[in-house]
Design a protein around this ligand. Structure first.
Ligand SMILES: [Zn+2]
Length: 289
């Protein structure tokens, strides 16, 4: 069976209702309660198998590493409980490098030297830097004075391998190296090249400097100075638009998104596995160009 976003959603019977997620995020200071990293999983502090219920007070936020430590028994339940009562990001007098607080009336997104700026339209304002055939590959949603990251990384065979949904590490097929240094978030495939690099510039700007995005035979490389669509060697740089919620929009969208560049149709890759892997290696080198 081909894994699609829809089947992932259906399989996740433990999906927590959105209003409860929102309460938990606010209570925990938008980060892992132990270390503050703003990419996390929702952790039921009571054993899910026993309680089978979503109660905001019983759910906390743990980053991938601390979640694994808890599951592996290295991080005792009591420590998590204590941290939940005094979350890292809400501690008094602690420097808060991870507190990616938003303020202002507009949001600016820069991607590969192109920028778009939109008005804050309140809770749920969505910005889509890259979308292909109706699937936003990267998106930022404004919620309670924070920008929540949405990211889907597909492989050459069009299967999702990493899905971050409103800062929640929602689904991944392997272990990813996710790091936040200062305000720069990088996602690497284990010991490999950077797959995405995002710099949050509080209070109201986000810069996407590097990334490799694949979907339906389209490959997009984001580099600091430009965006390259490898299918047709098309380079995009220096665009700047205002009052716009989108960036690079490729293919058909049922709900149209205005962007700095919209491309209706381009040639698509249809390779076999061997060719795809060769192609991956070359592409990862080109992100550094
Ligand atoms: Zn953590």
């Amino acid at each position: 069976m081909e894994v699609t976003l829809e089947t992932i959603e259906q399989c996740n019977s433990r999906n927590i209702p959105l209003p409860i997620q929102r309460e938990v995020r606010q209570r925990c200071g938008f980060g892992c309660v132990i270390c503050g990293i703003p990419l996390y999983e929702y952790e039921h502090m009571e054993e899910w198998a026993e309680v089978q219920r979503h109660v905001s007070d019983e759910i906390t936020l743990l980053c991938d590493q601390h979640h694994r430590e808890k599951t592996g028994g290295l991080l005792p339940k009591e420590v998590v409980s204590l941290a939940n009562e005094n979350p890292h990001n809400l501690k008094e007098g602690v420097s808060k490098p991870y507190n990616l607080h938003f303020a202002g009336s507009t949001v600016t997104i820069e991607i590969g030297s192109n920028t778009f700026t939109c008005q804050d339209q309140g809770y749920g304002t969505a910005m889509v830097p890259i979308s292909v055939d109706g699937t936003p590959l990267i998106g930022l949603i404004l919620a309670d004075e924070h920008l929540l990251l949405n990211l889907v990384i597909f492989d050459e065979f069009n299967s999702p391998v990493l899905h971050i949904k409103n800062n929640q590490l929602y689904y991944s097929t392997e272990s990813w190296d996710i790091q936040l240094v200062g305000t720069t978030l990088t996602v690497r495939e284990a010991h490999r090249k950077i797959l995405i690099e995002i710099k949050f510039c509080p209070p109201n700007k986000v810069i996407i400097n590097r990334g490799r995005f694949l979907r339906n035979g389209v490959e997009i490389l984001v580099r600091p100075k430009n965006i390259l669509i490898t299918n047709n060697s098309f380079l995009i740089s220096g665009n700047s638009v205002t009052n716009c919620f989108g960036g690079l929009i490729i293919g058909h969208h049922d709900k149209p998104i205005g962007g700095f560049m919209a491309i209706g149709s381009i040639p698509r890759y249809m390779g076999d596995r061997k060719e795809a892997l060769k192609f991956e290696k070359e592409s990862l080198n080109r992100i550094d160009e």
